[in-house]
Design a binder for this molecule. Sequence first.
Ligand code: F6R
Length: 254
Amino acid sequence: MEVIIKESYDQISLLAAQIIADLVHHRPRASLGLATGSTPLGAYRELIRMHREEGLDFSQIVTFNLDEYVGLAEDNDQSYHYFMWENLFKHINIIPANVHIPDGNAKDLEEACEHYEMEIDDHGGVDVQLLGIGSNGHIAFNEPGSSLGSRTRIKTLTQQTRRDNARFFASIDEVPKYCVTMGIGTILEARKLLLLANGASKAEAVAAALEGPITASVPASAVQLHPDVTFIIDKAAAAKLKREYHSELSRVDR
Ligand code: F6R
């Protein structure tokens, strides 16, 4: 595993965007696995800048998002569809048909989950999967206790997650009760994982994911099984790590 500790959130974002931009340059038809949440916003802003100022071309890029709420209209400003279009897609030259986000409004959600897995396969899998991490160690909506072999499926949101997310809604009653999320098994099949984390609130989860045992109690610890994973984190998020790590990409520490 490669762990890169940066001074600031901006530096994390820049490096993450550079890694993605490198892939886009070298593999114009690459599949990008994308995340929502506050963590990747800086990387998305940098990718938008690279597109506008340097002509970074997304015209053949295919994307797969990690998760979506069940029952929120795509134009609801809390849906992950809305988030992705507002914060990335509408600012770059991606073809809408190449964007994939789990469908939280499908009539048959289970069938939609299976279809999502098939679409990932049909595109030859995900080349780079961007991940954030929850302070409880979740990845995507795979909360503690999720099977490490899980696939895209419907999950019930924990009361804790609903309470955490209530700040974005008029009241907790409006926070959806269910979501659709890629499973941990699905995520582990991406060819490369890029996990970003910043801030002290992530320090414990980052330490548990990187240096703790592999356990369903810390879903992010499953990335230890992956042959090509890079953590890009700031000093605050690295504060509880015990081993020694680097500040630059070495491209050899797997
Ligand atoms: C979102 C997702 C979540 C977030 C995580 C961290 O698609 O998969 O697992 O990555 O909750 O959220 P932030 O970045 O807001 O701290």
